[in-house]
Design a protein around this ligand. Structure first.
Ligand code: ATP
Ligand code: MG
Length: 249
């Protein structure tokens, strides 16, 4: 990272690549996490690497949903731990929400690495280490979760989630908030609230919105969540994207 000059026009993108790459070498990120990152990066490039207006509204609504939740849980995978651990910890404190390690390519070694990272950053209780429940409708060890955590959560924030698991969580009747730069992914289509933004920008913004919204009445927050139309918002993202691409061509 020392070798990347701050003046480089792609500075942030290059630093993020280094972060992901280092995290893979340390065993936090699965090698396929690098490919997932590349897909996200490509969409971020198209979006202009900024929080676009439809994402901002989604972040606001996500904050309202988290504030109304009885058992909110933030799901942490390798890429999220590498790119936004501090941001997720801070959001979890503010809500307050539980943090659960939930991996697509599950291994005890990687769970331990992510757990150590979170613990070293001061998190006392981390869920998902000894799973005691399964998400119905999912095969293999992708389904493992914690009964007190994701299994019984009413609102789950699952950044960079896989489509199958997002759909399975939906079928359990949960409010599923996702952060996914690809508005076309199955996750983006299946979630209750889809935030098309980079996880590094989205998580702090959700937290900022929480501080703004916490003074509202509960009924007002519930109304915001009830009124939310995810399909309409995703359409607004697509319109933004096509207009931007048109303006650049
Ligand atoms: P799906 O299973 O939902 O159809 P997928 O199989 O195409 O999606 P996955 O590897 O399951 O993709 O999930 C990774 C998702 O995370 C991708 O849609 C990618 O665009 C997105 N992504 C990667 N990096 C980031 C990031 N930093 N911030 C937000 N989203 C990201
Ligand atoms: Mg997938």
């Amino acid at each position: 990272m020392k070798n990347i000059p701050k003046s480089h026009p792609r500075y942030h993108s290059l630093v993020t690549r280094e972060l992901i790459s280092e995290a893979m070498k340390k065993g936090l990120v699965h090698e396929t996490g690098l490919i997932a990152h590349g897909r996200g990066e490509a969409f971020d490039y198209l979006l202009g690497e900024t929080t676009i207006p439809p994402a901002e509204v989604a972040e606001k609504t996500a904050a309202a949903a988290l504030l109304c939740a009885a058992n909110p849980v933030i799901s942490i995978n390798g890429n999220v731990a590498a790119l936004a651990a501090d941001e997720c910890i801070s959001l979890a404190k503010s809500v307050p929400a539980k943090l659960e390690i939930n991996l697509f390519h599950r291994s005890q070694r990687r769970i331990k690495k992510i757990n150590d990272l979170l613990q070293n950053k001061g998190v006392k209780k981390i869920y998902g280490l000894n799973p005691d429940a399964r998400i119905p409708g999912l095969e293999s060890n992708r389904a493992y979760c914690s009964k007190e955590g994701i299994f019984t959560a009413d609102v789950v924030l699952v950044p960079l989630e896989d489509g199958d698991r997002c759909q399975a969580l939906q079928r359990m009747g949960k409010t599923v908030i996702t952060i996914d730069l690809n508005p076309l992914s199955r996750t983006a289509q299946a979630a209750t609230i889809t935030i098309v933004d980079n996880v590094t920008r989205a998580v702090p913004r959700i937290e900022q919105w929480m501080h703004v919204l916490k003074n509202l009445k509960r009924s007002q927050l519930e109304e915001m969540v009830k009124e939310w139309d995810n399909t309409k918002n995703r359409r607004a993202v697509m319109t933004f994207l096509s207009k931007r691409l048109n303006s650049l061509s």
